[in-house]
Design a protein around this ligand. Structure first.
Ligand code: MIC
Ligand code: SF4
Length: 643
């Protein structure tokens, strides 16, 4: 067996390991944060669980740390009190970005981690099976239920050779995206093997595993080897190590080989992580801003390399450089080693150890500005500036470009820094509050400020639906398109009525009002609908407005599961060419919905044009039942009058 199959087998509680068939996995650890955790904890409560049943469940405060009004602080108080009540760890604001901290302090080889964040895949660097999901799926897992997903195909990514100076793990991630695009990983786990692994540290592997989600992959997994052992020892966690690898003759459903020695510095150009070009081709582009940080590239190694490039030098006057360390450990290491002083002296603006600029919380570029970023997504509008141009690069390329003010091939700067991690990192978990004993938890009261709105309730699926196409879109619609990032919207993550006003607001500001008024409607999309972030609000809030079905050529995994969880039909066009026959304003009708089953074929009538279309419902039996009930929460509440 390959490594992914071994971990799946060890956690399998339902289904058969046949690619595409639904399987259920036991979950060891979960994580949520202050953008997805509010819903997850409200849902955990609504599902009636008294206390988490996983080995460890964590809440991180990293996305919503800008307290420009009472909302985020209210959310934090809610999350901290829910952690106390239900037996979770709570990482306070300032602790760091969930994926970085998780890797440093909690990830364990061979375990299953389920996270309410798409970049949970980062844990694959540790030999974990680390998967992103919607908050409701994570809430169910926190309560001890299995996590369901289609059995993945496993793609072998064989790494040969070694990285040349100035080529980095980020360039490996970008090379994979160049080859697979934003949809080539769909349905797959990327499993890394080969002699090239020996030269990649756990934080470097984390950069690669992190961006595996950008290919649409379910996750990525690396073996647990000597480099893993060394990383865990530096974290004072040698006892968590266990060697893990694929069997020597393991089989894979697909394969890819990357010769690391042939890699050059790469960049993802606007507006998709798969628009990959060589930095050398783009060199000379004037940058307004450079932003270094995020769960992709804010490790000790990354930021020490940046500091060593900037040491004793100054930024050009036109440029703004922001640096956000990934964790408190990284920040304290930078401070103790003088690297923080080097960054400040060079002119860098030091940001909080949080997601920050990566999801539009601060540092929005100027109008039409060019921003070079070490993060993982450059979708339109994600930075907070609708027409900004974001280029995704390595920390090394970012740092060298910060010295010139132009996108610069780092190979023109010599020598490349070599960063060696210390024997033992500074271990300081003082911002992570462990679960309270059961008696203290029982007495705890959950704090609900005015920003914590009650969960909406949804009725069962009627037998027939008739409504308008509210919006017709193309391929690769992202969840950032559906529910944009940005501080003012993030602050409403615990308030579905309020956040629903922003659905599709960057694409069609009238959408929410129109759908709410109609009370029922449809959206049409192309391939890979709902790629990107795991935010279940991109399903929950449209459902609240009246969205009952999305008709697309294909769906991204996490979003499809979120649609089902909230009772929205994810329907695939049997003939992709049919999308042309469905335009905004067309009136559509579906019936026979009470008889839905896994694999059902439905006839969609376009009442405006008189044409009929065939649609497929590619879900499991479990999901078909959930859809008929009106979603997971409605199903759990049982039949009865709905509010
Ligand atoms: C992202 O990077 O897009 C986010 C913000 O971390 C999201 C989570 C969210 O929007 O709730 C993700 O990746 O899942
Ligand atoms: Fe945070 Fe950005 Fe990572 Fe999402 S991608 S978890 S916003 S740092």
């Amino acid at each position: 067996m390959n490594l992914a199959q071994k971990i799946i087998k060890a956690h399998l509680v339902a289904g058969e390991m046949l690619p595409g068939r639904e399987i259920g996995l036991a979950v060891d650890q979960t994580l949520v944060h202050d953008a997805t955790g509010q819903m997850a904890l409200l849902q955990f409560e609504a599902l009636g669980f008294p206390r988490v049943k996983t080995r460890r469940s964590l809440i991180y405060t990293d996305h919503n740390t800008l307290q420009a009004g009472f909302e985020n602080a209210d959310d934090h108080a809610f999350l901290a009190s829910a952690a106390l009540k239900f037996g979770l760890h709570y990482s306070k604001a300032g602790g760091g970005i969930c994926h970085q901290v998780n890797l440093e302090r909690f990830a364990v080889p061979g375990e299953v981690l389920l996270g309410a964040d798409s970049h949970t895949t980062t844990g694959g660097a540790m030999g974990e099976l680390a998967i992103g999901a919607g908050g409701l799926d994570v809430a169910a897992a926190m309560g001890g239920r299995p996590f369901f997903l289609p059995m993945p195909e496993v793609m072998r990514v064989e790494l040969t050779g070694g990285l040349p100076p100035w080529s980095t793990a980020k360039d490996v991630a970008l090379e994979i995206l160049r080859r697979l695009t934003v949809s080539g990983g769909r349905g797959r786990i990327l499993e890394f093997t080969g002699p090239g692994l020996a030269g990649l540290s756990v934080p470097e592997r984390a950069t690669i595993a992190n961006m595996s989600i950008e290919t649409g992959a379910i996750t990525a997994v690396f073996p647990a080897d000597e480099n893993t052992r060394a990383f865990l020892a530096r974290q004072g966690r040698a006892g968590d190590f266990k060697p893990l690898a694929a069997d020597p003759e393991a089989g894979y459903e697909a394969g890819l080989t990357i010769d690391l020695s042939a890699l050059v510095p790469l960049a993802a150009a606007p507006h998709s992580p798969d628009q990959v070009r060589e930095v050398a081709e783009l060199a000379g582009l004037k940058a307004d801003q450079i932003a270094i940080g995020s769960c992709t590239n804010a490790s000790y190694e990354d930021l020490m390399a940046v500091a060593s490039i900037l040491r004793g030098r100054r930024l050009p006057p036109h440029l703004s450089l922001v640096v956000a360390p990934g964790s408190r450990q990284v920040l304290r290491e930078l401070a103790d080693r003088g690297a923080l002083a080097d960054l400040i002296a060079a002119g860098a603006r030091i940001m909080e150890t949080a997601c920050g600029f990566c999801n539009g919380v601060g540092q929005a570029p100027r109008t039409g500005g060019v921003s070079l970023r070490t993060s993982n997504r450059n979708f339109p509008g994600r930075s907070g500036t609708a027409d900004a141009n974001l280029y995704l690069v390595s920390p090394q390329t970012a740092a060298v470009s910060a010295l010139t003010g132009f996108l610069t091939d780092p190979r023109t700067f010599w020598p490349a820094p070599i960063i060696r991690p210390p024997e033992r990192f500074i271990l300081d978990d003082s911002l992570i509050i462990p679960p309270a004993p059961a008696e203290e938890a029982a007495a705890a009261v959950i704090e609900r400020g005015p920003n914590i709105a009650p969960l909406p309730r949804f009725e069962a699926l009627p037998d027939a639906l008739e409504g308008e196409v509210m919006l017709a879109l193309g391929h690769n619609v992202t969840t950032d398109d559906i529910l944009p990032a940005g501080a003012h919207i993030l602050a409403l993550r615990a308030n579905i009525p309020a956040i629903s006003r922003f659905i599709f607001s960057n694409i069609d500001p009238g959408f929410a009002e129109r759908l709410k008024k109609a009370g029922l409607g449809f959206v049409v999309g192309g391939q890979n609908y709902g790629q990107g972030s795991s935010r279940e609000h991109a399903a929950l809030a449209p459902r609240y407005l009246g969205l009952r079905a999305v008709i697309a050529e294909s769906f991204a995994r996490i979003h499809k599961a979120n649609l089902v969880n909230f009772g929205i039909l994810p329907l695939e066009l049997a003939d992709p060419g049919d999308r042309e026959g469905l335009a905004q304003g067309h009136r559509l009708a579906l019936d026979g919905l009470n008889l839905l089953k896994a694999g059902s074929r439905l006839t969609l009538k376009n009442l405006t044009t008189g044409r009929d279309f065939t649609l497929k419902l590619e879900v499991s039996e479990r999901q078909a039942e959930m859809l008929k009930a009106g979603g997971l929460l409605a199903q759990a509440a049982g039949p009865g009058p709905s509010a």
